[in-house]
Design a protein around this ligand. Structure first.
Ligand code: NAD
Length: 496
């Protein structure tokens, strides 16, 4: 099965049968292959080749670079079903979400193609006669991408599509839990590069490795930008390492995302949004809804409705029509059970959370998504547990709800369900949510690529994907041009 899928996507069998690092699917725990991990010396050699590729690629006109990404998006369109299925096998995502992940790759490619003709700088008024000023944007160098298991392809494509059209070369260190999707995505990009003579051969490389390979990328001064997606623990290490050498980083880290449910909310809409945001991807999205802050007047009603909606959720094999697949591994399951235990000891009432389908899949970790009514925002609620746990909290007035939303270390995504325009605007104002994403009447997860994606505080502060996120992949240069015969100095300084 997996052989057919991978060979169709252009990954040679030797790539996942040599080496000694075992890969298992979370769907039933069976082995997908064994893989060789890059050591730091191999990473260093790849960085050198990426540096050579950059020297060539930066001279290619941006719209021509965009043409490569256009070709890639066509290859992705042709392979969407297969690559999406591979995402499901490696991560346990349901079919819809595996396909959605590839669609997101296609979307960012389309965005990047347009962008390749819009890398605009400014012209700026000069205070000196016979002068003008402008801003130009230049490629940065080698871009290192470190990605997490839960978006094994889309996160790379957000980075790679922008990094490539802006003239950089890319080295991708995927999660050691999901390297096959990376090898397949790279093989598809190589298909797009085939016959495209402007692209140097090592323009994009994959470095399959564990933390040590990621550290080698972070520490190497030849890597101009490290874009790292994963836990806050990882971001703290990578961020400090890159900063110590004055490199640049984009950090896309954890989230502890909340919904405020106001008295005027459309409850039917809120239940549907909560279900997708809290239960989708088995609670393993950085934007997963983890806290529901409900007004006291609607709290009991929403808990009753959610319990009944949760009871109908189909849990099971993600490629056979379920809505909730497995957790990534045993450690993910244990972290969930540990958090539920803590929640109980901190006064929480827990519904669900038990292991499911154990006799059918003894080596996989399916769980019933949990709802936990909490007396207040205790320690366990304030931290991200990467599993489907939704904590329910109450509030009496909107200021209190916003304070609860903001009183956690992370600052990724947030939303409010209300039909009161004052509350909606307040939530999105400077006095409102402190997150990078603040939505109205839509859940915390499932962002479109057109906006800048990322968050504040312990989420790391990075922005990727749409809007002007491309600027992080380029260096800005300010130019002053004197077309006069005089040499006036700025600030009126006389140096004669
Ligand atoms: P993780 O931090 O365990 O691993 C992420 C990546 O970092 C992997 O490739 C890993 O090998 C590498 N890594 C780990 N330690 C490193 C180090 N010291 N130096 C260099 N590289 C290192 O995260 P995970 O379990 O794969 O993913 C789940 C986490 O990722 C959650 O916290 C989730 O919220 C977060 N996430 C964030 C976003 C976002 O865009 N903000 C998106 C997806 C996932």
């Amino acid at each position: 099965m997996i052989d057919k899928l991978l060979s169709g996507l252009g990954v040679p069998r030797s790539a996942y049968t040599s080496g000694s690092f075992p890969l298992h699917t979370p769907i039933d725990g069976s082995r997908l292959g064994t893989i060789a991990l890059d050591d730091p010396a191999t990473v260093a050699a790849k960085i050198e080749r990426a540096r050579d590729a950059f020297d060539v690629w930066r001279t290619v006109p941006p719209p021509r670079r965009g043409e490569l990404i256009r070709r890639f998006s066509e290859v992705l369109r042709r392979n969407k079903a297969a690559l999406g299925e591979l995402v499901s096998w490696e991560t346990g995502k349901i079919a819809q979400e595996g396909q959605g992940e590839v669609q997101e790759m296609i979307d960012i490619c389309d965005f990047a193609v347009g962008l390749s003709r819009q890398l605009y700088g400014l012209t700026i008024a000069s205070e000196r006669p016979g002068h003008h000023m402008r801003e130009t944007w230049h490629p940065l160098g080698v871009v290192g991408v470190i990605s997490a298991f839960n978006f094994p392809a889309a996160v790379w494509s957000w980075n790679a599509a922008l990094a490539l059209v802006t003239g950089n070369s890319v080295i991708w260190k995927p999660s050691e839990k999901t390297p096959l999707t990376a090898l397949a995505s790279q093989a598809l990009l190589e298909q797009a590069m085939h016959g495209f003579d402007d692209a140097p051969p090592q323009l994009s490389q994959v470095s399959v490795g564990d933390r040590a390979a990621g550290q080698a990328l972070a520490a190497d001064p030849r890597v101009a930008l490290v874009s790292a997606t994963g836990s806050t623990r990882m971001g703290r290490e990578v961020g400090q390492c890159v900063a110590a050498r004055f490199g640049r980083s984009i950090l896309e880290l954890g989230g502890n995302n909340a919904m405020i449910l106001a008295p005027s909310a459309d409850l039917a809409l809120a239940v549907r949004a909560t279900l997708f945001a809290a239960v989708g991807t088995a609670g393993q999205r950085c934007t997963t809804l983890r806290r529901l802050i409900a007004h006291e007047s609607v709290k009991d009603e929403i808990v009753t409705r959610l319990k009944s909606a949760y009871a109908k959720v189909r849990i099971g094999h993600p490629l056979q029509g379920s809505l909730v697949g497995p957790l990534i591994d045993k450690a993910g399951y244990e972290a969930m059970q540990d958090a539920l235990e803590q929640a109980r000891s901190q006064g929480g009432k827990v519904y669900g959370g038990e292991r499911q389908l154990q006799s059918e899949f003894p080596d996989a970790y399916y769980v019933a998504p949990a709802i936990v009514e909490m007396p207040r925002q205790t320690e366990v609620v304030r931290h991200e547990t990467f599993a489907p746990i939704l904590y329910i909290l109450g509030y009496r007035e909107i200021g209190e709800a916003i304070a609860l939303n903001n009183a956690v270390p992370h600052g990724l995504s947030s939303c409010i369900f209300t039909t009161d325009i004052r509350e909606a605007e307040l939530f999105q104002s400077a006095l409102g949510s402190d997150c990078g994403i603040a939505n109205v009447n839509i859940g915390t997860s499932g962002a479109e690529i057109g906006g800048a994606f990322g968050g504040e505080k312990e989420t790391g502060g990075g922005r990727e994907s749409g809007s002007d996120a491309w600027k992080a992949y380029m260096r800005r240069q300010t130019n002053t041009i004197n077309y006069s015969h005089e040499l006036p100095l700025a600030q009126g300084i006389n140096f004669d």
